[in-house]
Design a protein around this ligand. Sequence first.
Ligand code: GLC
Length: 513
Amino acid sequence: MATTKSTAKTTKTTTAKKATAAKSTKSTPATRAKTAVKAESNGKKKILFVASECQPFVVTGGLAEVVGSLSKALAATGRYDVRVVVPLYSDIKQEHRAKFTYKGNLYVHLAWRNQYCGIFEYIQDGVTFYFIDNEFYFKRPGCYGYYDDGERFAFFSRAVLEIMPFIDFYPEVMHCHDWQAALAAIYLKTNYCFRPEYQFIRALFTIHNIEYQGRYSLDLLGDLFDIYGSYQHLVEYENCINLMKGAIECCERFSTVSPRYAQEIKDPFYAHGLDPIVRRNEFKLTGILNGIDDIGYSCEHDEHLFANYTPEDFKNKAVCKKELQKMLGLPQKADTPIISMITRLVSHKGLDLVTNVIEEILQDDVQIVILGTGESHFEGFFSSLAGRYPDKLSANIVFNGDLSRKIYSGSDIFLMPSKSEPCGLSQMIACRYGTVPVVRETGGLFDSIKPLVNGYTFTNYNAHDMMYVVRKAVSDYKNKEEWAKLMYRAATTDFSWSHSAKEYEALYLDMLK
Ligand code: GLC
């Protein structure tokens, strides 16, 4: 970050001059708006992704993977000028930063605040990435969990709108992801859309998880979020500020990351209190299943694996399994199925089902491998159980990308019994490695895994229903011939963006009508 700052300082004056010069020679807002329309008819549609994380620069979960891989897939069609804005966190490694170009800086006003905003740019795979630099807000470890997250992402969202004249890019669709980007859609509606340059921008808001809504005290409305009187009703919900609710109200359209989840969030069981808002705005809602970067996740080419293999020839998957068992200190038994879970250890991932029946499952001829971190009671539970069943259970309470790929490839059955799962990427990744998923029929798990086609499913959130299906998979595993066919079907299911990116295209075009 020190490097960032000094570069920013030295170039500040020059950039300021350039900006002034640019201003004086540039057209008026009205002619710029016309130019924007012309640019549209000339060629590519302009899409701006606004998100709090993006692969490969900063990743804490599925959101980053989707923002990274969808933007790339859209750019690859040749029909879109796709740009992505994320904060410049200190967690973004020097190996990435070294490639960024400093574009300049401006000051962002938010209520009584006036904050520095540096802009860095990087172009990769046809996508232009912008990084918003402000050390006060983003020079901290991690992305979230600070007392002032509301202020940090309000600044970020405002900065996204403020940098548009600077980078000379007014998107036709501003695609905002999750509550951290909700205010970009809200500010567009309450303020910026009245300016000629911004009037053609349409906001799409995608919900990756409705559980995290960005709720704050109403006292902060003007002072922190710079929203006043007549707009209060847009963001107010149950006597609080609710940024996700605000974005749903303000956006042109909103979407979720699977069709099933789009249905589910109309129901109080899944909506974490927002179901009345979702139902009221149902006419603007679409569900589109996420894709994955199928080149990045490939049993044939993944360099992290002990050995590579193909869906046509799984021979080397046995090598992956044997080496994994060795690495984790489990007996190297080729015919004992390994059931794996790679997950955040939090309750909505269905861990209470697992903790209830895992000891019964461990009585069977199975090995279980867990990878992930999360709530301390789950971490403690699995660690202590691994102590009692050292030959059957390996609990790896870490987040480790390399090990995750070794587990995806080296195990046989992948368990994902989520209570709710907006989309879920792990079940798709497991399939790519020929590891057969057992999932609960919810959200994207329902949409991506079909019983006996590419996995096993159960309906009710019930530990014994789950155990019954796990046991069915374990018993089917013994039928080598049928199991090989199931592995093949799982590994060849198309989870690439080829289909879903088209659905986003259709949605964008519909919004622009
Ligand atoms: C969130 C959801 C997960 C989804 C991911 C990407 O992390 O919990 O289900 O796959 O976002 O959309």
